[in-house]
Design a protein around this ligand. Structure first.
Ligand code: UDP
Ligand code: UDP
Length: 464
């Protein structure tokens, strides 16, 4: 029987609009599972075309697991690449969606029952907000990075305006009210290159955050209390809408690929906490020279390891990329693979005791969820700002002098030494375990996550 309140205010209908890349799609699908759990009707808007095979596979698995989720396809207009100032397929896809946004209007208006809200990716906001405004539809943002990065993103237009026409030359460190200053060297490098696509999107989107009804973010108090407090207190920028900490958004069953049988078998044979897992996310390929230094460093560390190699040439075999001789030496202590792995399963395996990571935000949250200490090696984008969170929360260590991985070389000896340091640190292990406990509390019965979703659902019902 329906409760009286449900008759008055039926379950809210929420549409989700992700943008490109696994790092953006994954948190959206995890959010969708939470919304279903909290009795929302969910429509997933998928773009056509889509950038990568991994994304289309993940969407298929998700829809098979959640048949109650409605899927609608959003056909994008072709983009004239010569007008976009970028060669990155993911940024170009952001831009394609942005330039097609006006076509969303009839699509959103045609959904039945009528929508209570749209949650869109942060990289789309300045083109999507006018659409939702014209439909009088509440607009929420899913921010796919840290609360510290959200502070930086919201404050960015104020920071950039200080340089006026001299942007970006005249800019120094970023002094966000209430937060420790963010050094210029931690700013996503593309933002310091005038006129590239990423910087342009970032600049026009930054002042638009305050036009949304709320920001959902994949983090929790136990990891980022200060940033959340400042954002919600309106200290970072005036007029900030409520920031809903819906994290940790953790790996779900529909994401489970086949963890290569030999990986699982090998991990099962290793002592508890002895293995360092080394991976740099779904997008970061490294130079051959750096790959080989990493290989030498792993041997030098004396630790067991599971290393996921990502080369610029997807089709090249592992032996070619790493080199036959080095590969033979590596086999003595570890496992090296060059394919997509089930990261959730690896981080949750008892043999894994440490993680060398680029600090993509989903990855940081996954490591926090499993209490695995991180040795941060940011490669590009938001990753240094995330590495600051890793370090200041106690989840891991960051060797800031290594610089940006995509630009500066780290020698094998140094790499190996730091791995030994992380794997040997009782202090880091204790801190990471504490953060894991906080993450479990946040997601547990009556935890902050449940409270936050209840607040959101109540807000959406009121807006009906
Ligand atoms: N970002 C943002 N607004 C934008 C573009 C990017 O806030 O208009 C943030 C977002 O949090 C994103 C991060 O910058 O996750 C880094 O973006 P990038 O595309 O470099 O990395 P990705 O996460 O897509 O791999
Ligand atoms: N991931 C995975 N297997 C891989 C590489 C990545 O499962 O071999 C997942 C990882 O668990 C995370 C996402 O892909 O959920 C990557 O997102 P993140 O924000 O960490 O970094 P990005 O890949 O966008 O740089």
């Amino acid at each position: 029987m329906l409760a009286c309140d449900d008759l008055l205010h039926p379950h809210p209908h929420v549409a989700l609009l992700p943008s490109a890349g696994m790092g953006h799609l994954t948190p959206f699908l995890r959010l969708a599972t939470q919304l279903v759990h909290h009795h929302c009707n969910v429509t997933l808007i998928t773009t056509h075309p889509i950038v990568s095979l991994s994304e289309s596979k993940l969407i298929t698995h998700f829809l098979a697991a959640f048949p109650q989720v409605n899927q609608v396809e959003f056909n994008l207009l072709p983009l004239d690449h010569t007008t976009a100032n970028s060669t990155d397929p993911f940024f170009l896809h952001f831009e394609t969606i942005r330039r097609s946004a006006h076509l969303l209007s009839p699509l959103l208006a045609s959904l039945s029952p009528p929508l209570h809200a749209l949650v869109c990716d942060v990289t789309l906001i300045s083109s999507v907000i006018p659409v939702t405004e014209s439909l009088h539809l509440p607009n929420y943002i899913l921010f796919t990075s840290s609360a510290k990065m959200l502070s930086f993103f919201s404050y960015f237009h104020i920071y950039a305006s200080k340089a006026g026409d001299d942007y970006p030359a005249m800019l120094g460190d970023v002094e966000i009210p209430g937060l420790p200053s963010i050094p210029r060297s931690s700013i996503p490098p593309l933002l310091l290159i005038p006129n590239n696509l990423f910087a342009n999107i970032f600049k026009v989107d930054s002042p638009k955050v305050t036009k949304s009804n709320g920001v959902l973010i994949n983090t929790f108090e136990g990891l980022e209390a200060l940033s959340l407090e400042l954002l919600n207190g309106g200290k970072v920028v005036e007029g900030m809408p409520p920031v809903f900490a819906v994290g940790p958004l953790v790996p779900c069953d529909f994401e489970k690929g086949e963890l290569g049988n030999n990986q699982l078998k090998w991990l099962n044979e290793q002592p508890v906490g002895s293995v360092v897992y080394v991976s740099f996310g779904s997008r970061t390929a490294m130079s051959r020279v750096q790959i080989r230094e990493i290989g030498h460093g792993l041997i030098r560390s004396g630790c067991r390891f599971l290393w996921v190699v990502k080369d610029k040439k997807e089709e090249e075999g592992l032996e070619e990329v790493v080199g036959h001789e080095l590969m033979e030496s590596l086999k003595a202590k570890g496992l090296v693979v060059k394919n997509w792995v089930d990261q959730g399963e690896i981080l949750g395996h008892k043999a894994v005791g440490g993680f060398v990571s680029h600090c993509g935000w989903n990855t940081v949250i996954e490591a926090a969820w499993h209490g695995v200490p991180i040795l941060a090696w940011p490669q590009h984008g938001d990753q240094k700002i995330n590495a600051e969170v890793v370090e200041s929360s106690g989840l891991g260590m960051w060797v800031a002098s290594w610089g940006w991985g995509e630009k500066d070389m780290v020698k094998g000896d140094e790499f190996g030494e730091r791995i030994r340091e992380m794997m040997g640190s009782e202090l880091l292990r204790g801190q990471a375990t504490h953060i894991k406990e906080e993450a479990r509390k946040a997601l547990g019965d009556g935890g902050s996550c449940e409270m936050t979703f209840k607040r959101l659902v109540a807000e959406w019902k009121m807006k009906s």
